[in-house]
Design a protein around this ligand. Structure first.
Ligand code: FEO
Length: 173
């Protein structure tokens, strides 16, 4: 059974994951305007993953006899300036999510709740991987440089990363 405090904190985390899902979907749409197909697929996949994160928490709260509350989602921005700026915003959002997950871990320790502590370890690992992935993409963008000519190469790089990730998950890019 979850404490009321933990239940509220997990419901708040659902909000953050849902917002990420819509933010990344909005980014996919912006990339589509620029005909960056690799980035569209990548951001759509990220958006799907965030929805899965939200559902993972949703099911956990209900399994623990709490009440998972479907969150209201703030409208994300629709314009992201440049492709580098867009990935910087993704990285910043992921850092925010990581900090929030770490706070949940601290709460589970303070409340002596080993079940939730254990549940959160998957998210701790996931955040480490997501931050590393976004840093990797930003490093590649900086190497290639930004300009009308380089967008094509950036898109190809992101597509490669996406294909590798999909293969690792056993799906199709
Ligand atoms: Fe579920 Fe990328 O935070």
């Amino acid at each position: 059974m979850l404490s009321k405090n933990m239940e509220a904190a997990l419901n708040q985390q659902m909000e953050l994951e849902s917002y990420a899902s819509f933010l990344y979907l909005s980014m996919a749409s912006w990339c589509d305007q620029k005909a960056m197909e690799g980035c569209v697929k990548f951001m759509e996949r990220q958006s799907d993953e965030e929805r899965q994160h939200m559902l993972r928490i949703f099911h956990y709260i209900n399994e623990m006899d709490g009440h998972a509350l479907v969150p209201a989602v703030n409208q994300p921005p629709h314009d992201f300036n440049t492709i580098q700026s867009m990935f910087e915003q993704v990285y910043t959002h992921e850092q925010k999510v990581t900090a929030s997950i770490h706070k949940l871990v601290e709460l589970s320790q303070a409340e002596k709740d080993p079940t939730t502590y254990n549940f959160l370890q998957w998210f701790v690992d996931e955040q480490r991987e997501e931050e590393a992935l976004m840093r990797n993409i930003l490093d590649r963008i900086k190497l290639i440089g930004e300009g009308p000519q380089s967008l094509y190469y950036i898109d190809k790089e992101v597509e490669k990363i996406n294909t590798t990730a999909m293969a690792a998950e056993g799906g199709e890019a």
